[in-house]
Ligand binder design. Structure first.
Ligand code: C5P
Length: 230
């Protein structure tokens, strides 16, 4: 676990919006309350990579949630190119070859986060995909491999955070979605944690989307979450 000097950095706002104009409007409404934004597939393929560079130029931090997985050379070169954006975090799938390649391509300032097993997978999905292990064991195995390889951090569900912290030790970052302020709608998140519980579980950064993007006052929503995290 790391100490983040600015408490606002602990909250990563997921820009799950259809386009750059909507994302920029939200960022303007939030103002200085948030410092860290996540750009995923939806926005990345709709001008989000250029937006990432503009945010970095404004002194904001960016998490590129691109979940890379390919042959080693392609991953290493892709990560090298992504490093040029000035992003702080980039995700890859937690396959040993992919994680090693990502670390080879990682430039200064970029941290690689590994996604162990997608939380939409249950044991039947893992078996269908050809894995012999149940999901919980696969998660534990990949988390141990990630730590051994020297990955910077892991993305995991709130439900997995405590067990993954035990496996990876205090040095790795743990980044967790599925966070809901007390009383907020869970949406399609099945197991959720409040910001206070996330802090107590030793989670370094929480990723929050709809409770902010859908709030009548997104800035107030951000401020309440940051206050609850600190
Ligand atoms: O809107 P919400 O707060 O549920 O958004 C959470 C963000 O975290 C979304 O960008 C979603 O894709 C991402 N995420 C997740 N659960 C995972 C992995 C990523 O919700 N297991």
């Amino acid at each position: 676990m790391t100490d983040t000097a600015d408490p606002r950095d602990r909250l990563i706002v997921a820009l799950d919006l259809p386009g750059v104009p909507e994302a920029e409007a939200l960022i303007d409404r939030i103002g200085e309350a948030a410092t860290f934004y996540k750009i995923g597939y939806q926005l990345a393929y709709a001008g989000g990579l250029a937006l990432a560079e503009r945010l970095v130029a404004r002194g904001l931090k960016v998490f590129l949630d691109l979940k890379l997985h390919d042959i080693g050379n392609t991953v290493a070169e892709g990560v090298r190119a992504a490093s040029g954006s000035g992003a702080t975090f980039l995700t890859v799938h937690a396959y040993p070859q992919t994680m090693r390649a990502a670390l080879r391509g990682r430039g200064a300032g970029l941290k690689i986060l590994a996604v162990t097993v997608l939380t939409s997978y249950d044991d039947a999905d893992a078996a269908e995909a050809g894995y012999a292990l149940p999901v919980a064991e696969l998660v534990a195995k990949r988390a141990a491999q990630a730590a051994e390889i020297g990955i910077d951090g892991l993305v995991c569900s709130a439900a997995e955070a405590v067990s993954i912290r035990r496996i990876v030790g205090p040095e790795r970052l743990i980044v967790t979605p599925g966070i809901r302020p007390a009383g907020a709608a869970a949406g399609d998140q099945k197991r959720v944690m409040t910001p206070g519980q996330a802090r107590d579980a030793g989670i370094d950064h929480v990723v929050v989307g709809r409770p902010i993007t859908g709030a009548a006052d997104p800035r107030a929503a951000v401020q309440a979450i940051v206050a609850a995290l600190t």
